[in-house]
Ligand binder design. Structure first.
Ligand SMILES: *Cc1c(COP(=O)(O)O)cnc(C)c1O
Length: 385
């Protein structure tokens, strides 16, 4: 193969992970186990002198090809795939935490991450405290005695962004491991490892897949950190990424950069036009240079209206925006906060962290931006009182 070394992410994502014999996609290696040619080969794999694939719960070539692409994209030494974003988040946390440890977490963290902290970690004697982003940047004692600083930037729902180099420096002083959920920005708009963060996590179900047909997760970091996950939480919890899902993710990564550019262009248009409307109180959508290292906005934003907008009416009047959870696919979606706030159960993070009932979250897809805006304008016109 010719040398395809380049600094450009879009070019690299098209060039790596080819198959054999001229196949420009890698094969789906759909097998549970890998047989060995000899007793000596088998024994060498078991005693650690060989790392040949043995069993798909821990190693698979299609999964490895996806992991190599993600490590490259995020600028990490290694990566490990999981069956879902929550599989990745829980495995990353459980590889480092022991009873008695403390976690410091951002407010407005992804709702199921909040539930993991409260419903799994807390009963095992691991306490999580929640803090505004500014406290991570400016409070010199916040991370004293903390094992893991668990970050999202921008956060879920209200999309506040934090100064990652500042937070990384605070964590290093106290010896805390920093983990960030980078699903919103993707490596196209933010590369946290280059900003000093230890571990990057993605719900690959979102932009990494990009096609709303996969649920998956991935963790990227140093060889040492990823080695811990490979040794402990990947094999022993077993939430492995499946070969076919990994293949779909490789397919998704090929177009990640142009898709993110398109999402950004539509989001720029929506953010500007929403901001000009008198009945819009707030547009939550951090853009390039809001914080160091953030180079663009993705298509996931939220808008806070005033009381003149009837949210249920707005949601039902939209034609191109479907009502649903998740985000990051080709299709546009709306998730009204009123729906999230109504979610049953004690551990409702939207109620805990306080989200206004006039907020809607939008995932702007790959449809024509003017079509989407015409849809939004028409729906707003019919839903205002
Ligand atoms: C969806 C999501 C997750 C969870 O990912 P799954 O793939 O659904 O398990 C984690 N973090 C964020 C920010 C998400 O939006």
């Amino acid at each position: 193969m010719p040398d395809k070394t380049t600094d450009d992410l879009a070019t690299r994502l098209t060039a790596i992970a080819e198959g054999a014999g001229g196949s420009i996609t890698p094969p789906i290696v759909q097998t549970s186990l890998f047989a060995f040619d000899s007793f000596d080969d088998f024994k060498a794999r078991m005693d650690g002198s060989s790392d040949a694939p043995m069993y798909t719960r821990v190693q698979n070539p299609t999964v490895a090809a996806f992991e190599a692409m993600m490590a490259d994209a995020e600028g990490g030494e290694a990566a490990v795939g999981f069956a879902s974003g929550m599989g990745a988040i829980s495995a990353a946390l459980m590889a480092f935490l022991r009873p008695g440890d403390r976690v410091a977490c951002v407010e407005h963290v992804y709702p199921d991450s909040y539930r993991f902290m409260e419903r799994i970690l807390r009963p095992f004697g691991i306490e999580t405290t929640y803090h505004p982003l500014r406290a991570f940047e400016d409070d010199p004692d916040l991370l004293k005695g903390v094992k893991i600083a668990y970050l999202e930037s921008p956060t879920s729902v209200v999309f506040q962004a934090m100064n990652l180099p500042k937070v990384a420096a605070q964590a290093k002083r106290h010896g805390a491991v920093t983990m960030i959920d980078n699903s919103w920005a993707t490596p196209v708009f933010q590369r946290p490892i280059e900003l000093g963060i230890d571990i990057v996590i993605h719900s690959a179900s979102k932009y990494i897949s990009g096609h709303s047909d996969t649920v998956a997760g991935v963790v990227i970091g140093s060889k040492d950190h990823i080695g811990r996950l490979r040794d402990l939480s990947l094999p022993l919890f077993g939430a492995k990424l499946a070969p076919f899902e990994a293949w779909l993710l490789i397919r998704g990564l090929r177009t990640l950069v142009p898709r993110m550019r398109q999402h950004r262009a539509t989001a720029d248009l929506f953010a500007d036009r929403f901001a000009a409307l008198p009945f819009v109180r707030r547009v939550n959508s951090p853009t390039a240079n809001t914080v160091p290292g953030l180079t663009g906005r993705s298509g996931l934003m939220s808008v806070e209206f005033d009381e003149s907008v009837n949210i249920p009416k707005l949601a039902d009047a939209l034609r191109f925006f479907r009502l649903g959870v998740s985000w990051g696919g080709f299709e546009s979606l709306i998730l009204p906060a009123q729906v999230g706030l109504a979610q049953a159960g004690e551990f409702n993070s939207m109620r805990k962290f306080g989200v206004p009932s006039t907020l809607v979250r939008l995932s702007l897809g790959l449809e024509d931006a003017e079509d989407l805006w015409a849809d939004m304008s028409a729906a707003l016109a019919t839903s205002r009182t």
